[in-house]
Design a protein around this ligand. Sequence first.
Ligand code: MLT
Length: 428
Amino acid sequence: MAKTAELIIDGKSYKLPLVEGTEKEVAIDISSLLEEAGVITLDLGYKNTGATKSAITFLDGDNGILRYRGYSIEDLAEKSSFLEVTYLLIFGELPTEEQLKKFSDDIKKHTMVHEDTRKILDGFPSTAHPMGVLASMFCAQTAFYPESLDPSRSSEAFYLSAVRSLAKMPTFAAWAYKNAMGHPVNYPDNTLDYCSRFLKMMFALPAEHFEVDPVVAQALDKLLILHADHEQNCSTSTVRIVGSSKASIYSSISAGINALWGPLHGGANQEVIVMLENIRKDGGDTDKWIAKAKDKNSGFRLMGFGHRVYKNFDPRAKIIKKAADDVLKKLGVNDPVLEIAQKLEEVALRDSYFIERKLYPNVDFYSGIIYRALGIPVDMFTVMFAMGRLPGWIAQWKELRENKEPIGRPRQIYTGQNQRAYIPIKKR
Ligand code: MLT
């Protein structure tokens, strides 16, 4: 007997089916509610609303659990690689050595971009934020691959779009950086691994030998794993709703990049470093800034603390914090804001004000410190988040298409004027 929920409106009873997931999560299926009861539900920001059923990522906010296709983020961050995790997220299983090599080789075939893309890049002033450049470059791929405008093509066609997207993301990201620096772009060196290829495109200068530091490449690989997917977050939900209209995967990814750009989402990692730098410039008195964070009238908010889903800790933050310590030690970097960050975390983890409000470091809190240690400029932090999140966007877009999900079309509660007669301008 299927379990149901009972809703009573004006004395009338409505039975709604309950849906249970493989991790015993329960949802009330309200898809018949409007037709049966003439009412809708309201949930600003959809924080209590499931938009889909997905087999890709599992989050348990109360217990700080994050798994990609059943594998814990702790295991994957320690033992896997970004390309292996990418394969897992998109295709559902860890690849064999042969599958991973083919996947990596297929990506290498597409790291170059059409030279006409340079005309788009050259149109951006060096003041352009790299996220805007990145989103534009991705949407422009619909022009170079018009066949992508029909997303219901074969699985082979999807695979080609996926490897093209994964291959070109580092190229576009590095080019956006070079554009901001006013420097000539570098072309991908396919003799290198995924992260090293990106780092060389980012930092190599003309007529100078450039060697990628394996410590930097390895740290970046781990950061990308930690950002690879996060169920129905803002940018992934954006990719899904754009994809639900049967838009191209490239325009769906472009929409996701734009959603991630916001300071309340991916842009938070940039805001954290700006905050830590401001505290440092102000003398590094963390107690003063903790007091400001508690003072509602101060207008100051601690960036990088708390999360919409995690109620006790963000598992990624724990991994990133250790990685930050390791990377800075290995690179011999003494970043003054790291000490400030650690002090803020120490206070936040023991102060009842923060504990009651579930304000503890999230994934953005330490990532900026590592990016800075790797030489990544602040304006590129959210681009790094996008590079990490790309596999999740692709996997979720693929799942939406395979499940033939309907176009996303939420309803509303109207709060505007009731009907009124038009008044000619002379009589107003
Ligand atoms: C993410 O990884 O997308 C962020 O933690 C935001 C979220 O999940 O809502």
